[in-house]
Design a protein around this ligand. Structure first.
Ligand code: PEP
Ligand code: MN
Length: 347
């Protein structure tokens, strides 16, 4: 349920309600929206037990949430959530473009990529230091050395960085080096990992599992939020279907659906969503037209030499082109694409 507080309620009144909820065995989270102050309360006491609560000063009303996910739901928070990743705001009017190679392969490869990402006008750098590969014989990532390179790339470009974590040990290691952690498709229902990232205050990019329903995905986000970390960004990255012509089937209908069901920001990953660099531009445009808050894109200085996901990685000029084309769609749907005006010599 959510306890909707009057906009004029005082800090003391909010605290008193929180204490009462605590005593009744609820897990609570204060959510300050633009139009409402609500306390999200998760527990299993029936609303009929809560008459005293209803009468407390500052309480406007108590609204039960019927969905299995609570803190994540639009019913809990009506206005869109924005999440700060370094100096970048995700989920507002400005679109967020994350770009970089699938994996951190070497210092020169990542630093070159990072400058190219900045040059193109993207706002956040990506690069995997821990790679959950299908084959144990494929490149598994540079691990801590990769994290150090990502941090250096962030410092030299001024852009925040995101990297995937695959277990609690990699999470603990990554916390010191990166601005956001990614929980990948293969770990979307790794509930221990979800709880562990929920106990940090790092922004989390939560990818949709390759066979996860939207509800299962939102429940995974609820795991993170229920541990106290409300900085969750969802990412649609394609699901497995009978179609084999593309690597995955990019479910763009999930974008407006998630916007209806949840207040959290949502990005789209057309690189893993299609597996084909030639499809990345059209699906990027479609994603923004469908209401996504941004994109995460794979780009490699030399895709033919990439240690992973070369066929779906854009070249640097293709990323620049994409940013230019995207600005037209952004304008059409009332979003800003910041950064596309960075002159070449500054980057
Ligand atoms: C990635 O972003 O490199 C990745 C492995 O993504 P996903 O978890 O969506 O497959
Ligand atoms: Mn990849």
């Amino acid at each position: 349920m959510v306890v909707v507080m009057e906009m004029t309620s005082s800090v003391q009144q909010i605290e008193a309600v929180n204490t009462m909820l605590d005593r009744l065995g609820f897990q609570t989270q204060l959510i300050r929206g633009v139009k409402r102050i609500v306390i999200g309360a998760v527990g299993d006491r029936p609303v009929s037990d809560l008459q005293d609560l209803q009468l407390m000063p500052g309480v406007e009303k108590i609204v039960p949430i019927m969905k299995p996910y609570k803190l994540v739901s639009r019913e809990c928070k009506g206005d869109n959530t924005t999440i700060q990743v370094g100096a970048v705001t995700v989920g507002g009017a400005d679109l967020t473009i994350i770009a970089g190679p699938c994996a951190v392969e070497s210092r020169p490869q990542l630093l070159t990529s990072a400058h190219q990402v900045r040059q193109a006008g993207a706002q956040i750098i990506r690069g995997g230091a821990f790679k959950p590969r299908t084959s144990p014989y494929s490149f598994q990532g540079l691990e801590e050395e990769g994290l150090k390179i990502l941090k250096e790339a962030s410092q030299t470009t001024g852009l925040p960085v995101v990297t995937e974590v695959i277990d609690e040990a990699s999470l603990q290691m990554a916390l010191d080096y990166v601005d956001m952690v990614q929980v990948g498709a293969r770990n979307m229902q790794n509930f221990r990992l979800l709880k562990a990232v929920g106990q940090t205050d790092k922004p989390v990019l939560l990818k949709r599992g390759m066979s996860a329903t939207v509800e299962e995905w939102l429940m995974a986000a609820e795991y993170i939020m229920s541990e106290g970390n409300s900085r969750v960004i969802l990412c649609e990255r394609g699901i497995r279907t009978f179609e084999t012509a593309t690597r995955n089937t990019l479910d763009l209908s999930a974008v407006p659906l998630v916007k209806r069901l949840s207040h959290l920001p949502i990005l789209v990953d057309p690189s893993h969503g299609t597996g084909d660099r030639g499809l990345v531009l059209p699906m990027s445009m479609a994603a923004i037209a469908a209401g996504a808050d941004g994109l995460i894109l794979e780009m490699h200085p030399e895709p033919a030499k990439a240690l992973s996901d070369g066929p779906q990685s854009l070249t640097p000029p293709e990323l620049e082109q994409l940013m230019q084309q995207l600005s037209l769609i952004a304008a059409a749907v009332g979003r800003n694409l910041a950064g596309t005006s960075i002159p070449h010599e500054v980057a």
